[in-house]
Design a protein around this ligand. Structure first.
Ligand code: ATP
Length: 338
């Protein structure tokens, strides 16, 4: 039996259904991310799992116990970190972190030891006496995480805890959360609408759209074998081109990742690749640098095909409006359900 079971959860607000028959199984120690566009139902699902909201149907079982709305935190042993951190403003970092242990009436020497341990793991030792307003966003976020972790919850729920910190802090916080979660072996459900964050952090990802699970799988499965067009469009970039354009008359639409398309000189194309590779001629319309990758947009018979490659050269080999060639391995093309 899975450690967390979400069974057939439905939820409507004012007659509008926002969750439809959600089913999830999560193993002990797994890091699972709920990913989807704004308003798709991620927070509502997380709140139902936490017992803060009641589903209209279905049930949630954590560590063999069914979650009931209104149960005390102590009964449930679920830790939660919100977007806003929700630290107590009139308490120091130490007092904030110690709060859950005090409620459990743990002796103060033991509290001191446990708080210190978790502060060490999260690299916030030395901030014990700081109030929330005396700490940076990143430090406050780590205090909130420490407060949730110190009680060793059966399940940790994180609702976009990185949304309020800047890009650099966010990147290191991702690694930190994942390291701590692995080290402590805490089963975690993380909510984000950031696909990169989900790919980097998760053991498995639940892609949700309009209150329905579109796909539940590992980052590899979600990226390389998207279940449908929504998942393909939401995770990374895909080219959707008519089958006829790539010499596949029967397929309605063919999907190709930009990194599977090779940009070459139009005069080089005939000597390159294997016999069954797809070879197209087009015009380079755009070229821009995304960071460590560069992106070209090539128009072939009126359709734009996006090509990504590593950004190892200064600028493009080709001029804008130049005729270029595209080489695509046939096996890199897939068709998807809409
Ligand atoms: P975001 O990424 O923007 O936080 P989300 O995927 O977490 O979005 P939810 O907050 O779960 O989405 O909301 C799902 C839908 O349910 C939205 O259309 C929202 O307006 C609606 N909703 C959520 N809570 C309530 C409520 N208490 N009353 C009425 N409608 C609600």
């Amino acid at each position: 039996m899975s450690y967390v079971q979400v069974v057939n959860i439905d939820k409507s607000f004012q007659g509008r259904q926002v969750l439809k028959g959600i089913e999830l199984d999560i193993e002990k120690g797994e890091f699972v991310t709920l990913l989807g566009p704004s308003g798709c139902g991620k927070t509502t699902l997380l709140r139902i799992i936490a017992g803060l909201e009641r589903g209209d149907g279905g049930k949630v079982i954590v560590n063999q116990r069914e979650i009931q709305e209104g149960q005390s935190k102590k009964e449930q042993n679920i830790g939660m970190v919100f977007q806003s951190y929700a630290l107590f403003p009139n308490m120091t970092a130490f007092e904030n972190i110690a709060f859950g242990l005090k409620i459990k009436k743990i002796p103060s020497a033991e509290i001191r030891k446990q708080v210190q341990e978790v502060m060490d793991i999260l690299s916030i030792t030395g901030k014990e006496n700081n109030y929330p307003h005396q700490m940076s966003g990143g430090q406050q976020q780590r205090v909130a995480l420490a407060r949730a972790l110190v009680v060793k919850p059966d399940l940790l729920l994180l609702d976009e805890p990185l949304s309020a910190v800047d890009a650099k802090v966010r990147e290191s916080a991702r690694t930190l959360i994942r390291d701590v979660q692995r080290k402590m072996g805490i089963t975690t459900i993380f909510v984000t609408h950031d696909q990169l964050e989900a790919l980097v952090m998760s053991d498995r990802i639940v892609v949700i759209n309009n209150g329905e699970v579109m796909q539940y799988g590992t980052p590899e499965q979600i990226y390389h074998k998207p279940a449908n067009k929504f998942v393909a469009q939401f995770i990374g970039t895909y080219n959707f081109v008519p089958g006829t354009l790539v010499g596949l008359p029967k397929a309605d639409e063919v999907c190709i990742r930009p990194e599977h398309v090779l940009l070459v000189g139009s005069d080089e194309l005939s000597q390159m690749g294997e016999a069954d590779d797809i070879k197209l001629q087009g015009t380079l319309e755009n070229f821009y640098i995304l960071g460590n990758t560069a992106r070209a947009e090539v128009v072939v018979q009126g359709r734009t095909i996006v090509v990504d490659h590593l950004n190892r050269f200064a600028g493009s080999r080709f001029a804008l409006k130049e005729e270029v060639g595209l080489l695509i391995e046939k096996k890199a093309c897939t068709t998807l359900e809409s």
